[in-house]
Design a protein around this ligand. Sequence first.
Ligand code: SAM
Length: 1010
Amino acid sequence: MQTFIETQFPIARLSAESYKERKAGASQTLTGLGKWWGRKPLVLVRASIIGMLMPASNDAKRDREIFLKILTMDDDGTWQRCKGEIPASAWREAASPEIQEEFFGARSFIQGMSDEEKAAVCAQIWEALSSEEQLALDALRMRPISDRAEFETLSYAERLVHCERPENIAGPTPAAWGEINSHLGTTASNLPELVQQLGQRTFGHTPRVGDSFCGGGSIPFEAARIGCEAFGSDLNPVAGLLTWASLNLLGGDAALQAEVARVQQQTYTAADQQITDWGIEHNDRGERAEAFLYCVEVKPEGCDYYIPIAPSWVVSEKYRIVTRWTRVGDADRLQPEVLEVSEKEFRLYKDKKGSTMSDGRVVDPLDPARTWSVEALRGTDGLRRWSNEDVVSRANDVFQERLYCIRWSKTVMLNNRPKLVRRFSAPDSSDMARESRVLNLLLERFTGWQNKGFIPSMGIPEGGDETARLYRERGWTHWHQLYTPRQLLAYGCILENSAIASTKEVRVAMLLKLGVQANWSSKLCIWNADKSKGPGSTEQTFANQALNTLFNFGTRSFWQLRESLVKEFTFVEISNHQNKIEVIDARDLSNSCDLWITDPPYADAVNYHELGDFFLAWYEKQIRKDFSEWVPDARAELAVRGDGDDFRRSMVDIYKNLARHMPYNGLQMVMFTHQDPAVWADLGMILWAAGLKATAAWTISTETSAGIKKGNYVQGTVCLVLRKRAANEPGFLDEVYPLVEDEVKRQIASMQALDESGEPNFNDADYQLAAYAAALKVLTHYGTLDGKDVEHEVFSVRGKGEKSDFQTVIERALGIACDTLIPRGLDASWRDLSLVERYYLRSLDIESRGERRKGMYEELARGFGVSDIRPLLKSDKANGARMFTPSGLAASTLIAVTTGNSGASGQLGSQNTSGARGRASANGPHPFATSPLRHLMFAIRETTSADNSPEPGRQYLRDTFGQGYWTKREGFVALLEWLSALGNTADMGEWQADSEAARILAGRLRNDHA
Ligand SMILES: C[S@@+](CC[C@H](N)C(=O)[O-])C[C@H]1O[C@@H](n2cnc3c(N)ncnc32)[C@H](O)[C@@H]1O
């Protein structure tokens, strides 16, 4: 029996919902537990599970309506979710004076804050309120559109702006359940009941959903929330911990929630008292430190003072604070001066005035003509490698670290109201004495704390893609060296005080809280002085998916972490507590599941095993105690990565294992995003060799429409639905091709239909991916192809440039897709164009829709079989690709039409569409050079050059094509009309003059007579 997801999936609505969830930033349900890379949207997981459980009936339309009802994504559901926003003024009212001061003007948010930043501030305000205060604030929501009819005139994405996420409301109404039950023959009144009944019907029990690459836990968590038995496993213990916590901590009962809150509060109070007693964050002006800014300094040979290094010395844009360096006498340390400057002077600092790091060279601030390469400063043998005992650099190390600025604050009474007053200053002698005290306090505790796991003791693995940088650029060999003594002292103090936790759940809660702090305050945190960050703030360590060392960085004081430390977790109701989390290589798991939903690290750029160690260093000792069955090691050697032979082998083994651990009527979903056809072919062959067949593929786009316009879209996620392949029917290439062609066309037509209804707006990458997926659907039904065994094919050694049959079919699918996607308005002329002409026009088409990624132009070239696109690309920057305009091309790549290369007769395009390829070979000119389109472009250029007189252009065409001109004339007019519209498209300003010329030339040709 087919399931809903094997027949249809509401990709447009789901794309909008997924995007809304991702945009919620810090207020996403699971992100509060800690960082993991590539988390999947919960709404997508929910829809996938329901879609895999719900049977398809003969009435596709009604199936869709019911499916949307279950997810509250139908008209009633969205209206039910339309609760409106809490006005910014109400958020301001509810905020603490500090937050008001930092993020609000008189009524609303300060200018320049992004939606994500606003959402994070709102989440912070919300968490600090009592339940009654939250209710009162929630009551201030105003349905921005009070009339339902008016609401329903909005597009789905527009509606969602005013809607809660499905996970945050109670679910379908009783009336909706009536309709759902009558269609499905169920008796449910909530999601878990429905899930239970559908599972019972197909599998004879509550469905078991598993994810063998569970990462941050989205899949097991959502499965358990909606009533499935959940299984999650990952090789990485940090992922194991996050997933375990999503189910057992966030899903904890009221007693656990209260205990977590109590321990959080007590820990904070005790640590705060300790830090106050130590006197390391307070000064004698009654102020408390919020942030400490540090930089690296170096004394190059020939320079008799240390040079503090930073690419920018801006401290706070909001207060116009900068740091300036001077030398007093012949001291070998420069003196920082932290001061407020004029608007004009501040602009200069923003433009890198005084910068001591430029293009990999250290610049002397007192004599900017003197510079030294960082590479050379590190020396030919590299830096000294730190030992575990090193918490700061030694006196003779090349790079030293120093404190250069402290941000202080205190609350004063002004007109009977508390007001937060801030001050930025360079450290004075008592500040430096406090720094020494911090170091001594830490050293006194260092060994004991390492033994107890209150601070990291783990070494940094050598030779990793990310970790090698830490060795090379700083000499760091242990994870604790990524923190200042001040940070280690504060974090150790927090963990020591949180030892009051008496249960595993609470201990995990406190550990994960610490991990969150570590992400937001380590020596790898960029100091962001921007106004949108209030007085300035640290970025997270993992602002990108890398471990980057910094020459200057910001750190937060313990005091600054206080809100985050006591912030409540987002507790949720989990319906099914039958769950199991394992830390295990996916090849070795032995748990059976009815549905496997996985998001594998295929050809992934994220080095999970290396990045995860940043957190594991803090969790390792506790994991040993509380999860003794887990191996507290990232086991880098087992991690699936890259795209070579090892990758393929491990993936085949893993998916064979998953197929072994599912029933015959079970289903799998594999989610992935990669766009390279080689990876697609690989993944297809892997799944095929694992004994699976694809039954459907859907692309969910998780990007904004604004993003699409800017051309910087994140690609869609492809959800491939698979079953076990029962029979191993033989397939033959000549039979397969027409089937692939039909499937690709069908898939594209269904996406186009959705595009036309105005909802999702797929980009070219989505169409290409859909084409690949369609090819997989056809191919994986067979056991062999032209007598060749798939597994043998996956691992057979190929020469450079040699392709498997599989890859050829996949690429052919792309060709079909390219040819099916005709730019709007060119349908009539398309058939008559050569491949290279089609390529040029399709490239212009994607350019006019904001696409700038060079990879997309190359992918198109593959689809049209054009081997050399360089002569056609005006710019081939990775993210700034553009095609030449007619005037831009001028007379280049233009070859006169002769009988030999005759474009002068017959159809508009001279080449046979399956023949000439765009290759500028040594043997002949680039095929575009002789194409009629190229000559037409030259005629446009002639028109532009003649101040829009069409005569020279028309004459050129007549001379070039002779009698052939008359047969081509109509086709020319159609092309000119299409090109004439380009100049009016946003961001196609370069086309303005040529488009106008094309319009005029089209008019002239239309009225031309022999
Ligand atoms: C793309 S992520 C999954 C993200 C997850 N779906 C989420 O929503 O957070 C891939 C995961 O595969 C894990 N992994 C890599 N090699 C593995 C292996 N051999 N066995 C199990 N897990 C592995 C990585 O640790 C990583 O967490």
